[in-house]
Design a protein around this ligand. Structure first.
Ligand SMILES: Cc1cc2nc3c(=O)[nH]c(=O)nc-3n(C[C@H](O)[C@H](O)[C@H](O)COP(=O)(O)O)c2cc1C
Length: 186
């Protein structure tokens, strides 16, 4: 069983705060923390990095703060990423963040894919847009994605019971990746 600290980086691609995407990822992180105590969680919130990202066209010119976030992504053991659907894809600044990430750093890293949208119609954004992006990085995208539309939220908090059941199935795949017996999960 894996008992060492697991570094987790959570990337929220929303340009807004408060944010439904942040709410979905927060619910995921809370359920993950309920299962595992040995986590070191680092949040990357695009909404707080808009100026830094739009002012950094190259990695070399990234601000010190942005560099720390990029390094955290490159050194993580587990990546949880989410974006609102914008025009049937992830947000432009979410893509720009990953344009600055070293292209070899995520090889084999497990990635949970998540998205929120205005309706159910763009749920396949996860498989048609997010999954190919992380395939480029040769990351290990976990099979279940998390997609929630506006009906799943009260304000920006996830409330729909089916979403929490889905989160548990996603976390089963995370546990399996780290060879943590699912039976020990809370
Ligand atoms: C510029 C823009 C484009 C959008 N395009 C789509 C879209 O193509 N499909 C969709 O389902 N929702 C679309 N939406 C709705 C957002 O995906 C949805 O409201 C999302 O939950 C917002 O997440 P956030 O609160 O984390 O920012 C769009 C919203 C904006 C502002």
């Amino acid at each position: 069983m894996n008992t060492s600290v697991i570094r987790v980086v959570v990337v929220s691609g929303s340009l807004r705060a408060p944010s439904r995407t942040h709410g979905l990822l927060q619910a995921l992180v809370e359920k993950l923390q309920a299962r595992l105590s040995n986590l070191d969680v680092h949040w990357v919130r695009i909404a707080e990095l808009c100026s830094a990202l739009s002012g950094s066209l190259e990695r070399d010119t990234a601000s010190a703060d942005l560099q720390l976030h990029l390094q955290a992504i490159e050194q993580t053991d587990l990546l949880l990423v989410g974006s609102p659907v914008y025009r049937a894809s992830y947000t432009g600044l979410f893509k720009h963040l990953f344009d600055l990430v070293d292209h070899q750093s995520l090889r084999g890293v497990p990635v949970v894919l998540a998205a929120t949208g205005g309706s159910e119609r763009h749920a396949l954004m996860i498989d048609h847009q997010l999954r190919p992006l992380f395939a480029f990085f040769q990351a290990h995208t976990l099979p279940y994605g998390l997609y929630a539309s506006v009906e799943a939220f009260d304000q920006h908090h996830l409330v729909e019971p089916a979403q929490f059941e889905r989160i548990e199935r996603v976390l089963d795949t995370v546990s399996a990746f780290f060879q943590i017996p699912v039976a020990s999960a809370a």
